[in-house]
Write a protein that binds this ligand. Structure first.
Ligand SMILES: Cc1cc2nc3c(=O)[nH]c(=O)nc-3n(C[C@H](O)[C@H](O)[C@H](O)COP(=O)(O)OP(=O)(O)OC[C@H]3O[C@@H](n4cnc5c(N)ncnc54)[C@H](O)[C@@H]3O)c2cc1C
Length: 506
């Protein structure tokens, strides 16, 4: 079979066994499915089981709770919708919105998941699910490369939806030499690309960054969001790989959970380190049914901009960010209460300025819904102008907010004991209890809050989280270009033209 013929659908893996009558995936099933032979390397060694390794175990448990939340009867309406094919409940994250109400329902489900992680896990399953909803909503874009590619992407979307799967993605080439296009790199197999076509599929080699959540997901979507040019066809692909694909290795950055000695001193690092993985592929075979884009630079580009994929995925990102900012405001408020500075007018001014930024994010999130529009297929697209406006400001706004908290707390996050053990040792406990308390609370509660704030702002985990907010949607110059392309400059220039053409008064 060549690349243009229609592929046979084979069994897509992985497929969890759902023991419950509703068919929804539970946390324990998810955890079992992660022990599938995926090749994750830490400190030069292959990790045997990510659910047991100290670098990832707690994060996998946090991730498992997302599935339990979605399956909880009390949250069934919020977190699921009825599958159009099976009639069973499936994750709301896979609903293609066809009305404003659908879009809002999507956002509320994302809010519930992000509240479960305080916004600290960026790539929960509803991020890349949004991209696949966008692809399945406008399969014509994929059909431009061949009708079977459109069928493949819709089939794969349905597979993800019906099996409650978690996909992540790696869509940026490695930073080896950005001065040259993909095909002019010193070695053609540095960037992830096709090295061979077979009757039953294609073979891929090379590297791609940066699969956040790679260690804890089911599938990797490998594609390229960077502009590609003539000659780069081998790198213009869109393929799905199970995380245990033969020949694929994941290299997570330094796992912060390894430094998190206990959950009191590192309340966030110890629970929510979602991992960011550099992906290396060596002769990885991809069957045709998992190929959605094949050697086509136009389709590779259009998947992001001519479908609502980017808007759905980033609607989740903004819902999560708004939750994280609310958490941040809560931290700041509690810290001010504890230091006794809360009533100080100047502190209230600073808090008011922070709150204004947070409200802006929340309001722009709603604007993406209220200003959404229906396309010719009856699919509701969030308002991209509202999305890119807030994303464009985020990379400058977030550091400013963090800096205001640093300003407000002085040494409060630093004048703390070395660890929980100082609170427990008979030699030190009395001093800690006596001098490290706050007027309103005892030492243990004060230290717990300040440790939480430091983990949010100052630890390696906290700093990575700030880097995430700067880059999760691409470098800020690119996001600003998205805004430039989305904004209606015509209304402004029309006003200028009208003003220039006013009849003379004098
Ligand atoms: C914590 C984190 C998590 C991430 N998660 C994911 C993920 O899940 N999946 C994924 O695919 N990617 C992910 N990314 C990668 C992210 O998409 C990229 O970091 C982002 O697209 C920026 O690309 P880059 O890192 O190659 O930076 P570069 O493109 O090298 O840009 C770095 C800086 O160089 C300057 N610069 C470069 N080129 C230009 C230019 N043409 N004009 C002006 N200035 C320029 C800008 O200052 C820019 O900020 C993640 C990144 C981070 C930091």
């Amino acid at each position: 079979m060549n690349a243009q013929s229609k592929p046979e659908m084979t069994n897509l893996s992985p497929s969890p066994t759902n023991s419950q009558a509703d068919g929804l995936r539970r946390g324990d099933e998810y955890l079992r499915s992660l022990n599938d032979g995926r090749a994750v390397y830490v400190d030069g060694e292959l990790v045997k089981d990510v659910t047991k390794h100290p670098a990832f175990a707690a994060a996998t448990r946090s991730a498992a709770r997302l599935f339990d939340t979605a399956a909880a009867p009390a949250l069934r309406d919020r977190m699921t919708f009825t599958s159009p094919s099976s009639g069973r409940p499936v994750l709301r994250a896979y609903q293609i919105p066809r009305s404003h109400a659908d879009l809002k329902a999507r956002r509320l489900a994302s809010e519930t998941w992000s509240e479960g992680t305080f916004g600290m896990i960026g790539r929960t399953p509803d991020h890349v699910s949004g991209f696949f909803c966008g692809y399945a909503a406008v399969p014509e874009v994929f059909a431009a490369g061949g009708k079977h590619f459109a069928e493949n992407v819709v089939n794969f979307y349905e597979h993800l939806r019906e099996n409650h799967m978690w996909a992540t993605y790696a869509i940026v080439p490695p930073q080896i030499d950005r001065g040259k296009p993909a095909h002019k790199q010193s070695d053609p197999t540095l960037y992830a690309g096709v090295v061979k076509e077979r009757d039953d599929g294609i073979v891929i080699s090379g590297a791609q960054q940066l699969a956040t959540g790679g260690v804890i997901s089911d599938y990797l979507y490998l594609s390229c969001i960077h502009p590609l040019q003539a000659g780069d066809e081998n790198y213009a692909i869109g393929v799905a790989l199970p995380m245990n694909a033969a020949g694929m290795k994941l290299y997570p950055r330094r796992p912060f959970a390894l430094q998190a000695t206990n959950s009191f001193d590192y309340p966030l690092s110890s629970r929510f380190d979602e991992t960011d993985c550099f992906v290396v592929l060596k002769d990885v075979f991809v069957p045709w049914e998992h190929v959605f884009i094949y050697r086509n630079t136009e389709v590779c580009r259009d998947q992001w901009w001519k479908t609502p994929s980017h808007a759905y995925g980033n609607l989740q990102a903004q819902a999560r960010y708004a939750t994280k900012l609310r958490f941040m405001m809560g931290l700041a408020k509690r810290m001010n209460e504890m230091t006794g500075n809360d009533a100080h007018p100047q502190v209230q001014v600073q808090m008011g300025e922070m709150a204004a930024h947070v409200q802006l994010v929340e309001s722009m999130l709603e604007a993406q819904e209220t200003r959404a529009a229906i396309d010719a297929n009856g699919v509701m697209w969030p308002c991209k102008r509202s999305l890119y406006a807030i994303m464009a400001l985020q990379s400058d706004m977030n550091p400013r907010l963090i800096d205001t908290i640093r300003e407000l707390t002085g040494a409060a996050m630093i004048s703390l004991p070395s660890s929980l053990q100082d609170l427990e040792s008979p030699e030190t406990a009395e001093d800690i209890e006596r001098y490290m308390r706050a007027a309103s609370t005892d030492a243990r509660s004060r230290i717990a809050l300040m440790r939480m704030a430091w983990d949010f702002i100052g630890t390696e985990f906290g700093n990575r989280s700030q880097q995430y907010e700067k880059f999760y949607g691409g470098a800020s110059f690119l996001v600003k270009q998205n805004m430039y392309r989305s904004y209606d400059f015509g209304r402004g220039t029309a006003l200028v033209d009208a003003a220039l053409n006013l009849p003379p008064e004098l």
